[in-house]
Design a protein around this ligand. Structure first.
Ligand code: PGA
Length: 262
């Protein structure tokens, strides 16, 4: 089964969102990340950049030059081509040697993306030979535990159409919405609980063997200060980092710390 990343690698995704506002700054941040990533022993770094920067950042050398850092788009259309003004297909991303796609980020779900749209996008990515990072997460971590039902249902519906033979090509990013862009991340204890829950849900759908091939990432206010705790005690296979991934010094520290903790 194709692996999402090299087996056993800790995965750190830099989600730049709609940043930075110019290409030179994008190049500077990417170059700091690349320089840091080449000395990491156990970590695979993926930069999820805005579409317009991807060709420049990937460069002519394409995939062969992507050993230290790989690239992801932050969205994709589920159709291969056609009359969809403003959209980009997985085939187009594959053609520029982009390897990964974030689908179903809560900021896109807030713009109206449903679980079935997310599932169609993830399947389109796999069909085109790309690997989707499928985001899920509850809006509220209520005391009664209703969030477990919410997250469980979201996982099942967002993976609709992805069969057992393809599940090794995906990663799940668990991102509680209330911890994104917040002051503090979820506690490592709660992260660990949710990692167990997500893995259990995956194994209910695909069986335990196939489910262990799926990396489960945590995202939401990860930074250089809390990465040690989260990596050591959160039991995650990786991290999805927003704001701190645009801070060159902070992200460099974060990567080094994560790599040392593994
Ligand atoms: P944050 O964003 O690290 O700034 O909280 C995480 C995300 O939205 O993926």
């Amino acid at each position: 089964m194709t692996q999402f990343a090299k087996k056993g690698r800790f995965i750190v995704v830099a989600n730049w969102k709609m940043n930075p506002v110019n290409r030179d700054e994008a190049k500077r941040i990417a170059s700091t990340i690349k320089n840091t990533a080449k000395d990491l022993k156990k970590t695979q770094v993926i930069i999820a950049a805005p579409y317009v920067y991807l060709p420049t950042l990937i460069g002519r050398a394409g995939k062969s030059a992507q050993s230290a850092v790989s690239f992801a788009a932050q969205n994709v259309n589920s159709e291969p081509q056609g009359s969809y003004t403003g959209e980009v297909s997985a085939e187009m991303l594959q053609d520029i040697d982009c390897s990964y796609i974030i689908v179903g980020h809560s900021e896109r779900r807030a713009m109206g993306e449903s679980d079935s749209v997310v599932a169609a996008k993830a399947s389109a990515a796999i069909r085109a030979g790309l690997r989707p990072i499928i985001c899920i997460g509850e809006a509220e971590h209520d005391a009664q535990g209703a969030y477990l039902g919410v997250v469980g249902a979201q996982i099942k519906a967002s993976l609709e159409g992805i069969d057992r033979s393809s599940v090794g090509k995906i990663a799940i990013a668990y991102e509680p919405i209330w911890a994104i862009g917040a002051k503090e991340a979820m506690s490592p204890e709660l992260i660990q609980e949710m990692m167990i829950f997500v893995r259990k849900t995956l194994s209910d759908i695909y069986g335990q063997d196939a489910a262990t091939d799926v990396p489960v990432l945590y995202g939401g206010t990860v930074n250089a200060r809390n990465v040690k705790d989260i990596t050591e005690r959160g039991s995650t296979d990786g991290l999805l980092v927003g704001r701190e991934s645009l801070n060159r010094e902070g992200f460099k520290q974060l990567l080094k710390i994560a790599d040392e903790c593994r």
